[in-house]
Design a protein around this ligand. Structure first.
Ligand SMILES: *[C@@H]1O[C@H](CO)[C@@H](O)[C@H](O)[C@H]1NC(C)=O
Ligand SMILES: *[C@@H]1O[C@H](CO)[C@@H](O)[C@H](O)[C@H]1NC(C)=O
Ligand SMILES: *[C@@H]1O[C@H](CO)[C@@H](O)[C@H](O)[C@H]1NC(C)=O
Ligand SMILES: *[C@@H]1O[C@H](CO)[C@@H](O)[C@H](O)[C@H]1NC(C)=O
Ligand SMILES: *[C@@H]1O[C@H](CO)[C@@H](O)[C@H](O)[C@H]1NC(C)=O
Ligand SMILES: *[C@@H]1O[C@H](CO)[C@@H](O)[C@H](O)[C@H]1NC(C)=O
Ligand SMILES: *[C@@H]1O[C@H](CO)[C@@H](O)[C@H](O)[C@H]1NC(C)=O
Ligand SMILES: *[C@@H]1O[C@H](CO)[C@@H](O)[C@H](O)[C@H]1NC(C)=O
Length: 464
């Protein structure tokens, strides 16, 4: 019908060109008669033909457009159905009929995005504007905005909380997975000071009774406390039973030999006094008998050197609380050789001296405010003096510290169990981070635990 109309219009227009003039008269039978004057008397058949062909083409393309529109209609109907479904679901979510799960939103958003892209394609394929597609586009956009708002209007932050819970649950699961497997301890680098000071101390480990027997309740023992010193050799120095004289030293070539009392090497010394003895770089350092001198006995050669420790008190003037004759206590750590003693000038309080192991002179000294006879024993770690006191017959406490690097003292409390009541000597070995205790004749070790490295000042609460 449409094509016919177009044809009719085309015909009239095409032939109007050829109507030049006409006159009409009415005859007796009242019939109008016209004479037409044509300027050209030949009929333009070829033009008519061309007209018919173009008309046919036009008709085909109009038919195509109509089917296209019908297809669009079908697609649009599908989309509208989908959209209605989507709208309903969004409304349900909006009304709180469904719990706010992240999955709902993600699905909705995915579907909306899909539909948006479809509509955009549709718009492009339909040349020009189409009210149906336009409204579809607006609706989809509306839904998209609505979903985003819903998610962000979630005032209780349900989603955020859920996300956090999920993250926490994951962490928890990981924790559970790793449970039972304790975190590996940081690597220990013996002989260094890569730590933030003493943290704790292990249970005592009793190695054995000294080779002289339980009557020999005074003495000292250990390994070479010089960093890099021979760590196979163990030495034991029980004093005479009166707790004063050191005249014999026993060396065991290995730990097993020590345990089995095998292959011992005994050295007879020029007399030493008290249990403040230490082995440092294969030399024994100790207080020479009945003097304020420090003796150095070279184990290999037997050579003996001695040097007066200026101002040091001796012969039980200011010894330790539970061991007599130990006015002068030798110690060693990562920084070298030390001597812990007292002077009259410092009122019996402990003095720390940094000893030159070759010349036996005190290179520098620090006066503490801790009365030496109130202390059970003391040792040095990384230039820090630690002193112990007795809590009861089974417990000892590291209660005092003095940092020679900062000249600051402080109080700490690290309790250590002991097997026997009295502590006669306590020495630190930087090569294995152990304390060596002579405990009423028993040889005992403790493992030390250090804090991770941090600012040194944080470790030393100031004493008032
Ligand atoms: C058409 O005919 C009329 C009447 O006969 C005349 O007046 C008019 O001039 C003619 N027109 C043309 C274009 O020949
Ligand atoms: C709405 O869409 C969902 C998911 O596509 C479908 O499971 C559900 O049957 C649909 N509902 C209607 C009424 O079409
Ligand atoms: C869209 O219509 C314009 C004129 O309205 C025309 O120039 C263009 O080629 C058409 N594009 C398509 C893809 O039909
Ligand atoms: C789109 O949203 C606006 C305001 O949010 C509203 O006025 C309009 O009617 C909505 N249009 C449709 C098609 O839903
Ligand atoms: C210190 O060590 C003892 C003995 O091993 C242990 O019982 C205690 O829990 C430890 N204390 C700290 C704070 O690590
Ligand atoms: C350690 O002993 C060796 C050999 O006796 C000596 O050469 C070295 O200087 C000593 N080192 C110290 C720091 O005393
Ligand atoms: C000990 O003193 C001597 C002489 O003053 C010096 O050469 C040596 O380096 C010092 N030893 C140490 C370990 O400081
Ligand atoms: C003290 O100083 C010495 C030498 O500089 C260093 O090796 C040691 O780690 C320091 N000790 C502390 C506790 O800072």
């Amino acid at each position: 019908m449409f094509s016919l109309l177009i044809f009719a219009v085309g015909f009239l227009q095409g032939h109007a060109v050829y109507l030049i003039n006409s006159t009409g008269t009415m005859n007796e039978q009242e019939v109008c008669q016209c004479s037409v004057i044509l300027p050209d008397n030949t009929f333009p058949a070829d033009r008519l033909e061309a007209l018919e062909i173009s008309n046919q083409k036009l008709s085909i393309s109009v038919n195509q457009e109509i089917t296209k529109i019908q297809n669009y209609q079908v697609t649009l109907n599908e989309y509208i159905l989908k959209l209605k479904n989507l709208t309903r679901r969004v409304e349900i979510v909006e009304l709180g009929g469904i719990s706010y799960t992240e999955l709902d939103f993600e699905l909705l958003k995915l579907e909306i995005r899909e539909m948006e892209s479809l509509v955009i394609k549709l718009k492009a394929s339909i040349n020009g504007s189409n009210t149906l597609v336009e409204s579809l586009f607006v609706e989809i956009h509306n839904i998209s905005v609505m979903v985003n708002q819903l998610e962000s209007y979630d005032k209780n932050n349900v989603l955020a909380v859920r996300r956090e819970i999920a993250a926490l649950r994951k962490k928890l699961e990981e924790c559970e997975k790793h449970q039972g497997v304790p975190a590996p301890p940081p690597p220990v680098s013996y002989g260094t000071c890569d730590h933030g000071g003493l943290k704790n101390i292990s249970k005592p480990f009793v190695v054995q009774l000294n080779w002289q027997g339980f009557n020999y309740k005074f003495g000292g023992w250990g390994k070479d406390s010089f960093v890099g010193g021979d760590q196979d050799i163990h030495w034991v120095a029980p004093l005479t039973t009166d707790g004063r004289t050191m005249n014999i030293l026993r060396f065991s070539p290995t730990y097993d030999d020590l345990l089995l009392y095998k292959k011992p090497t005994d050295k007879i010394l020029t007399n030493g006094q008290g249990g403040g003895v230490i082995l440092f770089n294969n030399s024994m350092y100790y207080n020479c008998y009945n003097t304020r001198d420090i003796c150095k006995y070279k184990v290999d050669t037997g050579a003996l050197e001695r040097k007066t420790l200026t101002d040091a008190t001796f012969n039980n003037r200011f010894s330790y609380a539970s061991s007599i004759w130990q006015d002068i206590d030798l110690a060693s750590d990562e920084d070298g050789l030390w001597v812990i003693y007292s002077t009259e000038q410092n009122s019996g309080n402990m003095v720390i001296g940094k000893l030159n192991s070759t010349t036996l002179t005190v290179e520098r000294s620090w006066s503490t405010a801790q009365y030496k006879p109130a202390v059970t024993n003391a040792f040095m770690i990384c230039g820090v003096l630690y002193a112990t006191r007795t809590l009861n017959t089974r417990k000892e406490e590291i209660f005092y510290m003095y940092d020679t690097n900062t000249s600051k003292e402080g109080q700490i409390s690290i309790v250590l169990d002991k097997m026997m009541e009295n502590v006669q000597s306590l020495s630190y070995n930087p090569n294995d981070y152990k304390l060596y205790m002579y405990n009423d004749g028993y040889l005992v070790t403790y493992d030390l635990a250090f804090k991770p490295q941090e600012k040194p000042t944080e470790n030393f609460p100031l004493r008032k």
